[in-house]
Design a protein. Structure first.
Length: 240
């Protein structure tokens, strides 16, 4: 499937001694809850020379807290991050799931990131973990951005859109209309579109709007990885 989508599979590692990771997803009113099975292949990501060589060539990467729940994978991810150029965009999608996170992992990850992506359910958890003061969303996000010297924070609110906050810059995109059929994959698609827009040097309002349009489309489809329509694929060149 990856090859059919034109994705380079040279860096996909097979862990024959562990089962493929699986997640049970239950949708209630379009909103997912997850049961994530443990001791699976992605809990045992090996660190290879090929991976470290790839890291040195990157313009951007995204990592989360869930993928660091095991010591082996966490060590690999940290070594990988250590080989990424200083100029690369390092996106930490906090991605809190069940009990698979700790203050230490989140804090160390934030210190390695240049951009934080979180949602309206995760912000109160981080506020408690890091003893942030006040209840104003901008104020809480600003404290996180300053404490960890982040270039940008992307704060998503489900159907209510998203807020992008950086030093002296702010853009608030309201929710977009569209059917909410299956929200699995919406957060990751938002992050991917955000990354694309930033790498292309778009203005913040355009980046925010594009990420919301992509996420809204994904929510309107069954499954986490639907093919995007041409209007989104060629968002920067609508004449195509």
């Amino acid at each position: 499937m990856l090859a059919e989508q034109g994705i380079d599979t040279r860096y996909v590692v097979e862990a024959a001694s562990h089962p493929t990771g699986t997640v049970e997803v239950v949708l209630e009113a379009g909103k997912p809850t997850y049961t994530i099975h443990e001791d699976v292949a992605w809990d045992h990501i090996p660190c290879t020379d090929a991976m470290l060589a790839l890291a040195a060539e990157l313009d951007a990467l995204c990592f989360g807290s869930l993928s660091q729940r095991s010591g082996e994978s966490r060590r690999t991810i940290r070594r990988f991050l250590g080989c990424v150029p200083d100029t690369a965009l390092r996106i930490f999608d906090v991605n809190l799931r069940q009990a698979y996170f700790s203050k230490r992992v989140i804090e160390e990850s934030l210190e390695l990131a240049t951009l934080l992506k979180l949602n309206d359910e995760e912000l109160p958890v981080l506020a408690e973990l890091f003893s942030l003061t006040g209840s104003d969303t901008d104020g809480l996000l600003g404290q996180l951005r300053e404490r960890f010297d982040l270039r940008l924070i992307a704060f998503t609110r489900g159907p209510d859109g998203s807020l992008l906050l950086g030093e002296g810059v702010r853009d608030d995109c309201p929710g977009l209309e569209g059917p909410a059929i299956d929200s699995v994959g919406a957060g990751d698609s938002f992050t991917a579109a955000l990354c694309v827009g930033l790498l292309r040097g778009w203005a913040l309002p355009k980046v925010n709007r594009f990420a919301n349009e992509v996420a809204t489309f994904v929510c309107s489809q069954q499954g986490a990885t639907p093919l995007l329509p041409e209007r989104l694929v060629h968002y920067d060149n609508p004449d195509k």
